[in-house]
Design a protein around this ligand. Structure first.
Ligand code: 8YV
Length: 326
């Protein structure tokens, strides 16, 4: 008998086809927004789940789903999982690392350039029919090349951004991370380790790429924004909640920093309304990994985790592998 899998969100049809070769699949190809109660109800008789970053799996869900053995996240981040509760319930968690690293690093750079060079702000001005003449300081922003790039969170994506900055744009790269990279990786990225405070004070552009956890909540709030240069740019491609969005909106409005680029938000898809009224911020709807090949690769990895687990208990990217020994 085939194991039963729930696919919590709409996904590429070929991914559903691949799953269906191995499992009995219930999918959500209409992409309905399920409440937690509805997700729980549908998971109740399932052996596994294909989840995305918005699908919360916690003790309450797990208690109602005793058959559940694995949740395969189509995301590198997994703050939607309560890993401790999953481990206690003997449920394996997997994520989708590596396959999105370069695409996401590209996007971090795109957002940085759009914010620092005021691309969307100037486009809105042009589209509104306000462009009547050239002027010397019209949408004058700050340079990327030769500037100091500060990266908070130096995992794979952070390193990708560092390499783009150092090797492509001749930037001086500084970083802060829970643990320092080894010398070879630092040399590869041409990056120097500094304290968080030194990074905020000296960087011309700050990029946030650290995972979300209660410990990283509001890593950037009013006090941290006050340390930054008035000409600086802040980019968040990590998770909503890493930045205090209300404090950022104030700092942007008062020009205490020059600009920001945000792909993730506290409480997304809702946004702090103040962010919508400040012109010097570029806002995108959580699309850093959104290229067709990368989204396919992420989905494929989630499927391979499900197949590997049910075939011979060999998922590719387990987050709590000790569950496998239970
Ligand atoms: C996903 C992401 O698109 O991988 C992550 O952690 O944030 C994005 O790439 C999103 O989480 C949906 O699963």
């Amino acid at each position: 008998m085939k194991h039963k899998i729930l696919v919590a969100r709409a996904i590429f049809p070929e991914i559903i086809d691949k799953l269906a070769q191995h499992f009995e699949v219930e999918s959500n190809q209409n992409d309905e927004t399920w409440s937690k109660a509805e997700l729980t109800e549908r998971l109740r008789d399932k052996d596994g789940a294909f989840t995305t970053g918005g699908d919360r799996i916690d003790a309450e869900v797990l208690a109602a789903c005793p058959r559940l053995k694995i949740c395969a996240n189509m995301a590198v981040g997994y703050n939607n999982f309560d890993i401790e509760a999953m481990t206690a319930a003997g449920v394996l968690a997997t994520n989708a690392p590596d396959v999105l690293t370069e695409t996401t690093a590209d996007f971090g750079f795109a957002l940085l350039m759009a914010a620092a060079r005021r691309i969307t702000e100037s486009e809105h001005y042009l589209r509104a029919g306000k462009w009547s003449k050239w002027s010397y300081d019209m949408f004058a922003g700050s340079d990327i090349h030769g500037a100091t790039l500060g990266i908070l969170g130096m995992g794979r994506i952070g390193q990708g951004i560092a390499k783009r900055g150092a090797h492509g744009f001749g930037m001086k790269v500084i970083y802060h991370n829970r643990s320092r990279l080894d010398a070879a990786l630092e040399a590869d990225c041409k990056a120097s380790y500094v304290s968080k405070e030194a990074l905020l004070k000296t960087a011309d552009h700050v990029v946030l790429v650290l995972p979300y956890s209660p410990a990283s909540h509001h890593t950037i709030g009013a006090a941290e924004l006050a340390l930054m240069k008035p000409t600086a740019t802040l980019i968040n491609i990590a998770r909503g909640g890493i930045v205090d969005d209300a404090a950022l909106a104030v700092a942007l409005r008062e020009k205490r920093i020059a600009a920001a680029g945000l792909d993730v938000f506290e409480g997304e898809p809702k946004l702090n309304p103040d962010l919508l009224t400040v012109p010097n911020v570029v806002l995108t709807p959580h699309i850093a990994s959104a290229t067709v090949p990368t989204r396919l690769a992420m989905a494929d990895l989630a499927v391979d985790n499900l197949i590997g687990f049910f075939k011979d208990k060999r998922p590719l990217t387990p987050l709590n592998p000790h569950v496998l020994a239970l």
